[in-house]
Design a binder for this molecule. Structure first.
Ligand code: AMP
Length: 282
């Protein structure tokens, strides 16, 4: 079932809540793939009804071409979700419906977690993410909302958003779903041809290498090694490779045995920008 207006959705959710159902929200930008389906399956382990929002949020794109070229196919998404789990409700509002006419972001004080990596290279991105999620939480009023670790910095920013805006929703992180070659599923992969899909595997290879090196190498050595890997593959352009602790998401070269570390990558394969990350020591 597809619902397009806030009013119809909140009426529906209210009636479901009267039946004591636990409501889960999986926010997406559509062009659904196995990664999204894994989030939905995860959500059904905790919830009676899952709402999947399909909304390409204009305020989180810093690059207009990226927004224009973002894959959209609501009919295909609906068919996929209906086959996968027919209980699932799709909320597919227009930008006017979500933003009530004024399509712009608020700004949020997320602290250090959005200063680097995606926050550094996509100016305004997390304010856009926060602005749309704040609205979606207000409309759906879910008990729980599910986000992929694939976008780890986003997951941390959403936890912070809920804290600073006093939302009553529990944020749950879900593992990254990958294809058989380790490439993280992503809607942007639909824009890659077969050669590019193969080239994109370097991202997971680099993260795996960083994880293997973690125990015996210092961060400078790991970072240099990964940069060399990308320099040797001219068709993929590394935007950043960073190691940061989960606590502050601030890139560091100093290893502290008591911290949980992740490696983060953004790279362009042709025109398509891909991101991924991996836990290094936990
Ligand atoms: P998107 O439609 O790309 O905005 O993603 C919607 C949600 O799905 C976000 O919480 C993403 O982190 C999550 N997601 C995207 N790709 C994957 C994946 N490969 N594995 C797990 N979650 C994912």
């Amino acid at each position: 079932m597809v619902i397009e207006t806030k009013k119809s959705l909140s009426d529906f959710i209210e009636s479901e809540k009267k039946e004591k159902k636990i409501i889960g929200l999986v926010p997406t930008m559509g062009a659904l793939h196995d990664g999204h389906l894994s989030l939905i399956d995860f959500a059904y382990e905790f919830c009676d009804l899952v709402v999947v929002s399909v909304f390409v949020n204009p305020t989180q794109f810093n690059n207009p071409t990226d927004l224009d070229k973002y894959p959209r196919n609501l009919q295909k998404d609906e068919a996929l979700l209906t086959t996968h789990n027919s209980k699932t409700v799709i909320f597919a509002p227009s930008a006017e419906e979500v933003y009530a006419g004024k399509i712009q972001s608020e700004s949020y004080d997320f602290g250090s977690i959005v200063k680097f990596m995606e926050g550094e290279f996509r100016t305004g991105h997390f304010d856009g993410v926060g602005s749309v999620l704040k609205r979606l939480f207000d409309i759906v009023k879910p008990h729980k909302a599910f986000f992929g670790e694939k976008d780890f910095q986003q997951l941390m920013a959403v936890k912070k958003l809920v804290e600073i805006t006093n939302q009553e929703v529990e944020i749950i992180g879900c593992p990254t779903s990958r294809n058989e070659f380790g490439l993280a599923q992503s809607s942007r992969n639909f824009r890659l041809n077969d050669d590019e899909l193969k080239l994109a595997e370097i991202i997971h290879k680099a993260l795996t290498k960083a994880k293997l090196m973690f125990e015996d190498s210092d961060f400078e050595t790991i970072i240099a090694e990964i940069k060399t890997m990308f320099e040797n593959e001219k068709k993929v352009e590394l935007e950043y490779f960073s190691i940061a602790s989960e606590a502050d998401l601030t890139p560091t070269k100093i290893k502290d045995k008591n911290q949980k570390y992740r490696a983060f990558i953004a790279a362009f394969v042709g025109e398509v920008r891909l991101i991924d990350n991996m836990a290094l020591n936990y």
